[in-house]
Design a protein around this ligand. Structure first.
Ligand SMILES: O=P(O)(O)OC[C@H]1O[C@H](OP(=O)(O)OP(=O)(O)O)[C@H](O)[C@@H]1O
Ligand code: HPA
Length: 183
């Protein structure tokens, strides 16, 4: 094997490319049904949500506008503190819009909890959340999430937008890392 081959860094595959694509197609059917007759403003949270946004937006049949936010959560090490700073704000006025926040993962829930309240304060007609992954055992706050792809184990996961030190986002599947990567 090539020493630069990322597959050597992986411990387990949790969700294959096919499982992810099937799940996104399922979510798109639900979303199209729920938003029938209404335009959707999908808001992707950079950078992790890039892959989910790209695939979900293409799977939807509804009229969709796309916008992006970048936020940073401060905390010690890998722990989100819930104190969130906006690094890139939306270009769109949310007044009267049906907003669907699209995320790769809800871990502690602190980022999304803050973001949802922030967007609600801008006067949209509705704000819902769609996340590909959620870690139920890691939740620190309760948030109402309408669309969840997979409830996943409380392990650090990478791939399909999710990174470790900015690597592995480009994998088309989701997995866990081998211990040597962290050492
Ligand atoms: O539920 P929480 O514990 O708040 O964690 C979830 C957040 O963490 C990840 O983003 P990250 O800050 O790693 O940035 P990235 O999307 O650029 O990778 C993910 O995309 C969520 O935004
Ligand atoms: O498990 C994770 N992997 C990558 N990024 C993350 N951000 C929150 N949780 C995770």
């Amino acid at each position: 094997m090539d020493s630069n081959d990322v597959s050597a860094d992986l411990a387990h595959v949790l969700y294959t490319k096919e499982q992810i694509q099937d799940k996104i197609a399922e979510l798109a059917v639900q979303i199209d049904r729920d938003y029938e007759g209404r335009d959707i403003l999908v808001v992707g949270v950079l950078k992790g949500a890039v892959m989910v946004m790209a695939d979900l937006a293409r799977a939807l049949h509804s009229h969709v506008n796309m916008d992006w936010m970048a936020v940073s959560s401060y905390g010690s090490g890998t722990t989100s503190s819930g104190v969130v700073r906006i690094l890139k704000d939306l270009d769109t006025d949310l007044m009267g819009k049906h907003v669907l926040i699209v995320e790769d993962i809800i871990d502690s829930g602190l980022t999304l909890s803050w973001l949802k309240s922030n967007l609600i304060s801008r006067g949209p007609a509705s704000v819902e959340i769609c996340t590909l992954l959620r870690k139920p055992e890691a939740a620190k706050v309760e948030i109402d999430v309408k669309y969840v792809g997979f409830d996943c184990p409380n392990e650090f996961v990478v791939g399909y937008g999710l990174d470790f030190s900015e690597k592995y986002r480009n994998l088309d599947f989701i997995g866990t890392l081998a211990p040597h990567v962290y050492q």
